[in-house]
Ligand binder design. Structure first.
Ligand SMILES: Nc1ncnc2c1ncn2[C@@H]1O[C@H](COP(=O)(O)OP(=O)(O)OP(=O)(O)O)[C@@H](O)[C@H]1O
Ligand SMILES: [Mg+2]
Length: 484
């Protein structure tokens, strides 16, 4: 099996990749990834590229490096203008010609592969290109140059993809972050960025990443999941989708909660799609991930401090500013710090219908997370006051979860009803009840209406929602296939 690639080079590069900035790497670990090294035999083949015998790999890579250098020497950069497709075609012809001049014993498939890998290095993100073309991959996790995991269908697997060395990986990271006007170096070793297709990128480089540069790419692709996908994947039922639509149209304040990678942002994106086109939406994010289709959207993104430590604009600054932008809706990608209190206040002061997400393991946990975030931000508020703010601001909490074996589901939709004494009171309207694990090791269960009718039903009906009250009778709405 084969996976190594040649040194990287930007489309406009005039020299080979920069010298290594970080110590040589032997593959590392990352909090979001599974155990350390797995035997190469377990690596899954790069999609849609023919495999190659082990013995040829070194020879192939050496040839690729040679071709790439020759290509850079031959390219007349001053004449490299025009559409990328045209340039790509020209460079492809040149690489093919250079490959012909080499006296190699490569077969047709290997030659094709050689040309396409040199093109990936020149125009794209090198070894990652082949992963980026696979729409089924939801996460790409690079732990140093020699270890690349992907998540596909909810499962993490080690791929055979490798970078040549740490310098090669650093070069690709530089290419990504410089594309969004950011940088990643010793003075700024943590960076958030985004790919052209909207995928979110986080990079951490040495010395913070001990075993070599680490990069996590969250893919949404050009085609993010839609409500139809949610229903087809049994992530929710059509009734739940319609109910959520009524909640959004009815201007309820909604928080999506869940753990890492549980599907919070995807759900927020889909909830936002229910906001009527007539309303002015302001979105606020750390790295823009939301892809709203409405015509009237103002998208704001935070900015890290510059090299002198100045100029940082946080979510909170943007949120406070957005209140002066006459928003009908404020959508905050994630509340994770002092902005949480501002968000609650905005929800309480006439910005109904605001939406956000929050990292919490359950609906209940959400309240204590909010308390902690508000207190850690240094606001000197008694817990009861924070809870009161929460109870009067938030109408609905939706909990997203990635269940055993990979399926992602909306596991509960909960109404916040108020306070009783010191406690925020809530009631579950819909739930996913897990009953076991199917033969593929995936969680299986059923969506149920709990038998509780939300107290805001009249309010959302007044906004035009056409909901049959019988929907809230205790009943099973949908079962997973394995239970049918
Ligand atoms: N219901 C779903 N079914 C299948 N895949 C899903 C579902 N929801 C989200 N995904 C996929 O799961 C991945 C993680 O989703 P998402 O980024 O929304 O999670 P998140 O909770 O916001 O993660 P993070 O905590 O890292 O911000 C994405 O690739 C997304 O396309
Ligand atoms: Mg997210």
């Amino acid at each position: 099996m084969f996976g190594k690639r040649s040194p990287g080079s930007a489309p406009n590069a005039t020299a080979p990749p920069p010298a290594p900035k970080a110590p040589a790497n032997s593959g590392g670990d990352n909090a979001a990834t599974p155990p350390k090294k797995t035997a190469p035999a377990n690596r899954s083949a790069a999609p849609s590229r023919p495999a190659m015998a082990m013995g040829k790999i070194e020879q192939f890579n050496a040839l690729k490096m040679r071709l790439h250098r020759k290509l850079i020497d031959k390219l007349d950069l001053s004449r490299m203008v025009g559409e990328e497709d045209v340039l790509r075609q020209q460079v492809k012809e040149l690489v093919t010609q250079l490959a012909d001049e080499e006296n190699t014993l490569l077969n047709y498939n290997e030659r094709q592969r050689l040309v396409s890998e040199v093109l990936d290095e020149t125009f794209g993100l090198g070894p990652l290109e082949v992963l980026l073309t696979d729409p089924a991959i939801s996460d790409i996790l690079v732990n140093g140059p020699k270890q690349v995991y992907v998540e596909k269908g909810g499962k993490l697997t080690l791929t055979e993809i490798q970078f040549r060395d740490n310098a090669h990986l650093m070069h690709v990271i530089d290419k990504i972050v410089s594309g969004v006007g950011r940088r990643c170096d010793e003075t700024c070793p943590l960076v958030d960025a985004r790919l052209k297709d909207g995928s979110r990128v986080n990079a951490v480089i040495p010395p913070l990443a001990i075993d070599g540069a680490s990069m996590s790419i969250r893919r949404f692709g050009a085609d993010p999941l839609t409500w139809d996908d949610y229903v087809n994947f049994k992530s929710c039922t059509p009734e739940i989708r319609d109910f959520l639509q009524a909640c959004v149209e009815g201007h309820l304040n909604i928080i999506v909660v869940g753990g890492t990678g549980s599907g919070k942002t995807t759900l927020l994106n889909n909830l936002s799609s229910f906001i009527p086109e007539t309303e002015r939406i302001v979105t606020i994010e750390d790295a823009a991930e939301l892809q709203l289709r409405q015509p009237h959207v103002v998208r704001l993104e935070t900015r890290p401090a510059n090299i002198e430590g100045k100029g940082k604009i946080a979510i909170r600054d943007l949120l406070i500013n957005s209140l002066r932008m006459r928003p009908d809706r404020i959508v905050v990608g994630e509340c994770r710090g002092p902005e949480t209190l501002d968000m609650l206040q905005a929800m309480n002061t006439g910005h109904d219908g605001s939406l956000t997400t929050l990292h919490a393991n359950s609906t209940r946990d959400c309240v204590s997370r909010v308390e902690t975030m508000v207190m850690m931000a240094g606001f000197d508020l008694p817990v009861r006051a924070i809870r009161q703010q929460f109870a009067s601001a938030v109408n609905v909490i939706i909990s997203a979860q990635r269940l055993t074996g990979g399926p992602r589901k909306i596991v509960s939709i909960t109404e916040v009803t108020g306070m009783e004494g010191e406690i925020v009171t809530m009631q579950d309207i819909f739930q996913f009840e897990q009953v076991g694990i199917d033969e593929k090791g995936r969680a299986m269960g059923q969506f149920v209406a709990t038998g509780i009718r939300p107290s805001f039903l009249e309010r959302i009906k007044a906004c035009g929602a056409n909901i049959d009250p019988a929907l809230f009778n205790r009943q099973v709405l949908m079962k997973d296939d394995a239970l049918e």
